[in-house]
Design a protein around this ligand. Structure first.
Ligand code: NAP
Ligand code: G4F
Length: 329
């Protein structure tokens, strides 16, 4: 039974990756940082099947000790400060977690066991002000946020450790991927959650920032499969993972409100509070290399993604309303 360590197991991707690896027969070790209140919402349903260990990307010794104790053959580094607006207000912290954190994990691997295979969660945010459409592995980078800059450091340090120490290290340049487990501050889940609440009479407006921005949105469970496939190849490499389709935030809004037969223009208010100091206007990836070498392709279309997220939020709010009504009786 192979052993895999996931940093960031409590996040959207970490939870799906853990489920995927368990289904493949792995022993899964999930690293979590210490918090005053435990938040295992995304992993509670399979918590018994994984081993949770405390560690932090800011703490080198914790990373070394975990590798020594559990001896994983694969490490998936998904932990990061992953919200772009927070990277503008907390740029130094973002650099510590999202950039230097990668070096700490790689250095732990170099010291403890350089045969461990390593996956780095890189991001299409590195393309930023895009230099080519669509974006592929060879497209020059031009990050537009402290988050994008930090991820670019993580990408290059991964390549550097591969070339310097012969570590099997891969960088997955993943475009936006969403699901009902997406954090509520990201625009897709913010929209679908608001649509469900408005439909059920719990809210009357949705305040958003830039509606013109375009993203290549896929379904998170598809994307964790690509992470695993990268580590199963004969040689380490870097891959773009995307759908190849781009849609604006406004198109997402229209699709989501349309699904519940509401006119979005009656509810959506544009609020400059949500504009960013520098924006990434357009992302659309070319997943040809992942298709040819990994045999990877997305399984969920844009329309299906929007519908499944709205449906999940509607069901969640209906459940909460029923529970509240039962308590009232
Ligand atoms: P997420 O939901 O925000 O999860 C981030 C995870 O990192 C959480 O488990 C968080 O733990 C953990 N973490 C944060 N700081 C840490 C620290 N100092 N030490 C240990 N753990 C820490 O992110 P996601 O959407 O699953 O994304 C996974 C990774 O892929 C991230 O690196 C993200 O930047 C990258 N990425 C995501 C996308 C996307 O569209 N989702 C696209 C490209 C790349 P807590 O639960 O304690 O907060
Ligand atoms: O959903 P977002 O916050 O995601 P963003 O900035 O594209 O970053 C996500 O994807 C990256 C991959 O490209 C990941 F690396 C990163 O960790 C994260 O998962 O915003 C998407 C777009 C932006 O252009 C933003 O300006 O939506 C626009 N937007 C408009 N109104 C909004 C809002 N974004 C948020 N979060 N909230 C709004 O009210």
């Amino acid at each position: 039974m192979p052993t895999a360590l996931i940093t960031g197991i409590t996040g959207q991707d970490g939870s799906y990756l853990a489920e995927f690896l368990l289904a493949q027969g792995y022993k899964v070790i999930g690293m979590v940082r210490r918090t005053s209140t435990i938040n295992f919402d995304r992993i509670r349903h399979f918590q018994e099947d994984v081993e949770i260990v405390q560690g932090d990307l800011l703490d080198q010794m914790s990373l070394i000790s975990i590798l020594q104790e559990y001896q994983p053959s694969e490490v998936y580094n998904l932990a990061a400060q992953s919200f772009v607006p927070t990277s503008f207000t907390q740029p130094v912290l973002t650099g510590e977690f999202t950039a230097l954190g990668v070096t700490r994990v790689l250095d732990a691997i170099r010291i403890v066991d350089p045969t461990i295979r390593f996956y780095q969660a890189s991001s299409s945010e590195m393309f930023g002000k895009v230099q080519e459409v669509p974006q592929r592995e060879s497209t020059p980078f031009y990050p537009r946020s402290p988050y994008g800059v930090a991820k670019l450091y993580g990408h290059w340090i991964t390549i550097n450790y591969r070339e310097s120490y012969d570590i099997f290290a891969c960088s997955g340049i993943l475009f936006n991927h969403e699901s009902p487990r997406r954090g509520l501050e990201f625009v897709t889940h913010k929209i679908t959650n608001a649509v469900a609440r408005i439909k059920l009479g719990l809210d009357s407006e949705l305040r958003l920032g830039n509606l013109e921005a375009r993203r290549d949105w896929g379904y998170a469970p598809d994307y964790v499969r690509a992470m695993w496939l990268m580590l199963q190849q004969d040689t380490p490499d870097d891959y773009v993972v995307a759908t190849g389709e781009t849609h604006s935030v406004q198109e997402f809004v229209q699709e989501a409100f349309g699904f519940v037969d509401l006119d979005w223009e009656k509810y959506v208010v544009q609020d400059p509070k949500f504009y960013r100091p520098a924006e990434v206007d357009l992302l659309v990836g070319d997943p040809a290399k992942a298709g040819e070498r990994l045999g990877w392709e997305p399984s969920v279309s844009f329309g299906e993604l929007v519908r499944l997220m709205v449906q999940a939020d509607l069901e969640a709010w209906e459940r909460r309303l029923k529970q509240a009504a039962a308590l009232d009786q």
